[in-house]
Design a protein around this ligand. Structure first.
Ligand SMILES: N[C@@H](CCC(=O)N[C@@H](CS)C(=O)NCC(=O)O)C(=O)O
Length: 217
């Protein structure tokens, strides 16, 4: 069986999928899609055949019989298909809902507002300067992190939910990476910061780091 993950080193959605594949011990081929070069390879005919949404990541399994987009759907697919003793999405319904909610706090409510195409539109159509665009991205990350930091006070342990790594941590770490890119002071978020640092010590997270990808520049 040959699994391919199409992604970009700095894409937080791709980063999530890489972490999950590593945590589940899945051997996969990473296929870089450069989001800037050549007008953005996510728009190429070859890539949009796999993902008409013009976004990364895309997971291709079983000789293209299975082509999946949306990192959270990809992660749940991997979680259910590969059983190595690690469960990223808990089986208990309440825990599962809580984990998914935190993942969506990030994947639905923070990340889309700082996506490349959103920032490009602000610059190109609405003539926002570089500084305004950076402030826009930082604003939405901070607003999202304010709520998450508060929520974590009631449930966090070593990771977002006690002592097991879940989908919530898989989403949190890439968003923290992105926050650092926008110079957000992570000392303001001691729990988020501590959890991210705990996760980053694990080899599955380390291997998935943007800087450790073949397309990192
Ligand atoms: N909800 C999607 C988001 C995918 C997404 O926004 N990908 C970004 C990189 S993190 C992208 O491909 N951006 C390309 C662009 O904006 O042109 C997921 O979780 O997979």
């Amino acid at each position: 069986m040959h699994i391919k993950l199409y992604g970009y080193w700095r894409s937080t959605a791709s980063y999530r999928a890489r972490i999950a594949l590593n945590l589940k011990g899945v051997d996969y081929e990473y296929v870089p899609v450069h989001l800037v070069n050549n007008g953005g390879e996510q728009h190429s005919e070859q890539y949009t055949r796999l993902n008409p949404a013009h976004l990364v990541p895309t997971l291709v399994d079983e000789d293209e019989d299975i082509i999946l987009n949306q990192s959270l759907a990809i992660i749940e697919y991997i979680d259910e298909k590969y059983d190595n003793g690690v469960r990223l999405v808990p089986e208990h319904s309440t825990e599962r809902a809580r984990v998914r909610a935190l993942a969506q706090d990030i994947a639905s409510d923070i990340q889309p507002l700082g996506n490349l195409r959103v920032l490009n539109l602000l610059k190109e159509k609405y003539h926002a300067g570089q500084e305004d665009v950076a402030q826009w991205a930082a604003h939405w990350i901070k607003l999202g992190f304010d709520g998450i930091e508060q929520r974590l006070q009631t449930q966090a342990g070593k990771y977002c939910f006690d002592f097991d790594v879940t989908l919530a941590d898989v989403c949190l770490v890439p968003q923290v990476y992105n926050a650092r890119r926008f110079d957000i002071d992570m000392q303001t978020y001691p729990l988020i910061n501590r959890i991210a640092q705990n996760c980053e010590k694990l080899s599955a997270f380390e291997k998935a780091r943007p800087e450790n990808q073949v397309d990192a520049t």
